[in-house]
Structure formats: structure tokens, C-alpha cells
Design a protein around this ligand. Structure first.
Ligand code: ADP
Ligand code: MG
Length: 597
């Protein structure tokens, strides 16, 4: 019973009630102009239900021609049957086509809306979510919604029609036989569904046990040095034996259930069929029923029984889908930052780059108990280089986060060119800044595209010039495909220093007023550090630059050095000034580093 594991298998089910239904119906806002396809699809659905219900009746009538010795009708009914079958095929085709069509259109608008919304959400959203988790959950939710919109709802309605229509026709054929049938068949059908679900659960347990025993193998093989060094083969062997034993126990238990299920199906399900046919034949023998009607009756019973069993599973699918819609809307209901997603960076107002933090305090919304920045006052004039030093965890990156307005201060004001940073549009503000971080992420694509990330509409000569200024051209030219070289997961792997220089080229292209280097050279070896530092020095000219650095030797020439400790400004001044402070923190850090060299 190896069932394929689908990503939607483990989705939780939502309760179906008025509020959850109302929320779920919001999905239809995204159907937009394709609504008519849904309605037309529903119309065809109705028609297929109707033709499906006609079919057993006509088959019965065909048989009745023999009983009634009305042989002229044989061909006539045969032709009708073929017509009904053809209509049924045509209707089904359009039903499926229209449902897939409106679903895909709806899902495309939903996906686009969610993505556009997601990337406009503030940083505080992303630090609270595990992003990988978010992505896989979203994809499971969307595919659940997709299945439901394309088939589940349609199937549910169709089965429902077949059950109701089927029962009405059964009653029409023979009320007596119907009552007898309804007394047993639904009970057996429901029991079969419940039993089936129980079996599925037990086979899942077996699968989990198998996975657990595979984990034992994986762990021992990965840690084989440890196993051998500790001479613990006996221990691992016992562990594996125990876990395979559990598989046996559970699998055999599952086998018993499955055997039971088979006996149950044979006896009860076929038994109830036998009972219905037996009673039907009895009625026929009393001339209360024609054999042709009995045939119709049996076919309708099969319809009703199968639909009845199917509805339970469909209902479960709809419950899951409602949960999925709720989760997707949770994201859509998150408040975005005021990003202009249509802004293509063409007409940004340029700031001069005077930056002033005035008594700024900050606490992360996700960690209310710790105030990360306390009363920071800092004045940086246009074009100055300011170095920020301090122990790790002191709040340097947080300060930069405020400058980029990933977060706004809890107290105090950040001024950019004497205007409260909150009065700029986020897009305009960030268009004036560029950051070279410690770890540069390159997107899968060419080097050219990665550099152009700093200015999407850059010309090729601008890109080459930026690469030259970033000292990147020298390594790019060695690749046979040069700027077209593909990087990232499926391309060439670049070294840290090379990636850093691409990030610098991006920044060159962006030509920002405010430049941020957050430990840009910290993870480089001294040879790449030299090349990267040289490119950075060129980049910093004429811009307000915030430089966070571990190696103090790289920031000696800064106009100002700020020492931050536990979220407060401890010292501020030039290298010489700070070195002259008695018991100064900068001085002791600096001395420590020179001693180590
Ligand atoms: N997103 C976050 N949510 C909650 N706390 C954070 C977050 N980022 C950083 N912190 C905490 O804020 C403090 C300062 O961090 P950070 O500014 O990254 O320090 P630095 O860059 O100086 O090493 C640390 O205590 C860190 O744990
Ligand atoms: Mg940091």
C-alpha cells in the first residue's frame, strides 16, 4: 500500500462554519473577469449530472424491451443511448476545460497578489517567519486550493446531485426496494469509508517506523567514525534491530486490519448487493417489478453508494482547502510597508546624504524585553566616512537597519538632510542607499544581470565601467563567457572576494548618496581584502559612508569613529583622538589587535 506522499497530505483541516466559509469565499474575489467561465462550467456540470442520471434508466428500458416483447424499440433506445453518451462526453469536456481555465486564471492572480504583497512586507515580518517554511507551506496551500477549485468542488456537487437524483429515481422505480436498500447500503458504505481511513492511518504508522529505522542507518553511516572509535557496533546493531522489530509489529497489525477489511467488503458490501438483488428478484417474481427496472435500480444503487462514499473524502478535501485559503489570506492581511512596487528607480529625488540620529532608541518587536539601542545621537555630514566599531551584538547592524528604515526608531528621530526619514517614501529613500554586506547573495543568472541589480536599466558600457571600478573586471575577463557567465547554484561558484566585488559593482552602478559597508571585508583572506578594500576606497569617495569593521586597521582614515557598546555610544572621534583617550575602549581594542598581528 505504498501511497505517493503529496505535499498537501499533511495540511490541517479547518472547521466548516459560517465564518470560515465566508473567509474562504474571498478566494472568488480573484476570479475577476473569468467568473462567466465558472458559471458556464457549473451549468455544464448540471448537464453532466443529468445525463449521468439518464443512463441507467435507458439501459433498464433497453432490457425491458425483451420483457415487453417490444423489439422495435431496441435500436431506437440504442441510438438514444449513444446520443446521451455523446452529450455526456461533450458536456464533461467543457465542464473540465472551463473549470481548469477559471482556476488557473484565479490562481495566477492570487499568486501574483500574494507575491507582490509578500515582498512589500516589512522586515519585522520576515524575521518572525522561517522563510523556507513559509515558501513550502504556501506552495502546499496553493496546490490544495488548485485541486479544490478545479475538481473537488465540481465533484462534490456532482456526487451530491447523483445521490439526491439517484434516490428520487430509486423511489420512482420501487419505493419498497428503495427502503430496503437505504436501510443497508449507506450504513455499509459509511462503515467502509471509516474502516478505509483507519487502515490508511495504520499504514502511515508503518511508514513512519520505516523512516525511523532508516534514520538509524543514516546516523550510523554518517557518524561511522564515532561508532567505530567507541566500538559501539553492538549498540547500533541493537538499536536497528529494535526499530525493525517495530516495523514488523505494526505492519502485521496493519495486515490484520487489511485482511479484516477485505472480509468485510466481501461479506457486507457484496452481501448487501446480494440482499438487494434477492429482494428485487422476489418482487419481480410477484410481478411487482420488471427485470429492466431491477437493472436500472441496481445501477442507481451503485451510483448512490459510490457517491456517498466519495462525498466524505471530498468533504475532507474542502476542509483542507478552507484552511489553506485562510492561511493565504493571513499573509494578504499583513500590513505592508509603504513601498511603491511600480517604482522603476528612474526619477528618484537625490538626497545629499547628511544623516543625524537624534536620541534614538530601538527595541525589536520580536524581542520586547531587550532595548538594543539606547539614546543614540550621531551626526554625519554629507560625504563623511563614519566607522562604527564595537563588540558583536552591540547593535551596529541594528543601527544600519534603522538607517535603511527596515525598522523605525522607537524613540527619537532619524534625520536625512534635516528631514525626518519617515517623511520620505521608503522606495525613494532606499534608492539613495547601497549596502555591501559581509555575505553577498548572488541571484541565479549572469554576472551582468547581477551587477545590473543596482540599476535595472543600466547600459552595457555602464556595467563594464562599474565592474572595472569594483576591480571585478580582472576576474570576469578570465571566464570564457565573461559578463554572461552564469553564477549562483547552477553556475560558476565565485569566491567570497569575487562576490564582494560584484556587490561593489552593483553599488557603483546605483551611485548612492549613502553607502553602507557592514563588515564587507571581514570574511576575506588578506589578499582579496586588499583588492576589495581598494575598490571600496574608490567607491566611498564623495558619499556618506557608514563602515562597520572588525579589523580596525581598515578604518583608521575615517572622519569619525563611533564606538558602540550595549546599544550606547561610548566614544566618538578620529583615530588619533580615540587613541589618546586614557582607558578608552577603542584604544584597548586597537592595541589588542596589533598585538595579535
Ligand atoms: N531581528 C532581530 N530580532 C530580535 N533581536 C535581534 C534581531 N537582530 C538582532 N537582534 C539582537 O539585537 C542585538 C544587536 O544585534 P546586531 O545589531 O546585529 O549587533 P552587531 O551588528 O553589533 O553584532 C543582539 O542582541 C541581537 O541578538
Ligand atoms: Mg552585525
Amino acid at each position: 500500500m505504498a501511497r505517493k506522499v503529496k505535499e498537501t497530505d499533511d495540511l490541517p483541516k479547518a472547521k466548516i462554519n459560517k465564518t470560515s466559509l465566508k473567509k474562504a469565499l474571498r478566494i472568488f474575489e480573484y476570479v475577476g473577469e473569468h467568473k462567466w467561465k465558472l458559471y458556464l462550467g457549473l451549468f455544464f456540470l448540471l448537464l453532466t449530472g443529468g445525463t449521468a442520471l439518464l443512463f441507467p434508466m435507458m439501459l433498464g428500458n433497453l432490457i425491458k424491451t425483451i420483457e415487453q416483447k417490444d423489439f422495435t424499440k431496441i435500436n431506437e433506445i440504442g441510438i438514444y443511448l449513444i446520443i446521451v453518451l455523446s452529450l455526456q462526453s461533450v458536456f464533461s469536456y467543457f465542464r473540465i476545460y472551463l473549470f481548469v481555465n477559471y482556476t488557473e486564471n484565479t490562481l495566477a492572480s492570487l499568486r501574483q497578489a500574494v507575491y507582490a504583497h509578500l515582498i512589500a512586507l516589512p522586515m519585522s515580518f520576515f524575521v518572525q517567519q522561517r522563510v523556507g517554511d513559509l515558501n513550502s507551506r504556501m506552495s502546499a496551500d496553493i496546490s490544495q486550493i488548485q485541486d479544490t477549485l478545479t475538481t473537488t468542488i465540481a465533484e462534490f456537487l456532482r456526487q451530491f446531485m447523483l445521490v439526491i437524483g439517484g434516490i428520487i429515481l430509486l423511489l420512482y422505480i420501487s419505493p419498497k426496494l428503495t427502503l430496503m436498500m437505504l436501510a443497508i447500503v449507506p450504513v455499509v458504505a459509511v462503515a467502509a469509508v471509516v474502516f478505509g481511513r483507519f487502515i490508511r492511518k495504520s499504514s502511515k504508522t508503518v511508514q513512519e517506523k520505516i523512516a525511523a529505522s532508516n534514520t538509524v542507518i543514516e546516523e550510523t553511516l554518517q557518524g561511522i567514525t564515532n561508532v567505530k572509535a567507541f566500538a559501539n557496533e553492538f549498540f547500533e546493531n541493537a538499536r536497528y534491530k529494535k526499530s525493525t522489530q517495530e516495523i514488523i509489529i505494526n505492519a502485521i497489525k496493519g495486515g490484520k486490519y487489511r485482511g479484516g477489511f477485505a472480509s468485510f467488503i466481501i461479506f457486507c458490501l457484496f452481501g448487501s448487493i446480494v440482499a438487494v438483488i434477492w429482494y428485487g428478484v422476489f418482487l419481480a417474481s410477484q410481478n411487482q417489478l420488471l427485470i429492466g427496472d431491477l437493472i436500472s435500480f441496481i445501477l442507481y444503487s451503485a451510483f448512490v453508494g459510490a457517491s456517498f462514499g466519495g462525498i466524505a473524502e471530498l468533504y475532507a478535501q474542502i476542509q483542507k482547502a478552507i484552511g489553506s485559503v485562510e492561511r493565504v489570506f493571513e499573509i494578504l492581511d499583513e500590513k505592508p510597508e509603504d513601498i511603491d512596487i511600480t517604482d522603476t528607480h528612474n526619477n528618484t529625488v537625490r538626497v545629499n546624504g547628511n544623516v543625524r540620529f537624534e536620541e534614538v532608541a530601538f527595541t525589536y518587536p520580536s524581542r520586547k524585553e531587550i532595548q538594543v539601542l539606547k539614546n543614540i545621537t550621531l551626526n554625519v555630514s554629507k560625504g563623511e566616512t563614519i566607522a562604527i566599531v564595537g563588540p558583536s551584538g552591540s547593535g551596529k547592524s541594528t543601527l544600519i537597519g534603522l538607517l535603511l528604515r527596515f525598522y523605525d526608531p522607537e524613540k527619537g528621530i532619524l534625520y536625512i538632510d534635516d528631514k525626518d526619514a519617515k517623511n520620505y517614501s521608503l522606495t525613494a529613500l532606499r534608492n539613495n542607499m547601497a549596502i555591501v554586506p559581509q555575505d553577498v547573495l548572488l541571484f541565479g543568472g549572469s554576472i551582468k544581470e547581477n551587477i545590473a541589480y543596482g540599476k535595472p536599466n543600466a547600459t552595457i558600457s555602464e556595467i563594464v565601467e562599474a565592474a572595472r571600478k569594483a576591480n571585478a573586471l580582472e576576474f570576469i575577463d578570465i571566464f570564457p563567457e565573461k559578463l554572461e557567465t552564469i553564477v549562483g547554484e547552477r553556475g560558476v561558484k565565485l569566491s567570497g572576494g569575487q562576490r564582494q566585488r560584484i556587490a561593489i559593482a552593483r553599488a557603483v552602478l546605483k551611485d548612492p548618496s549613502i553607502l553602507i559597508l557592514d563588515e564587507a571585508t571581514s570574511s576575506l583572506d588578506s589578499e582579496s581584502e586588499r583588492v576589495v578594500q581598494e575598490a571600496l576606497d574608490k567607491l566611498m569617495v564623495g558619499r556618506t559612508s557608514f563602515v562597520i569593521a572588525h579589523r580596525l586597521s581598515t578604518i583608521r582614515k575615517a572622519d569619525k569613529i563611533v564606538v558602540i557598546d550595549k546599544g550606547t555610544v561610548k566614544e566618538i572621534g578620529t583615530h588619533e583622538e580615540l587613541m589618546n583617550l586614557d582607558n578608552g575602549m577603542y584604544r584597548s581594542l586597537s592595541n589588542l589587535q596589533t598585538q595579535l598581528l
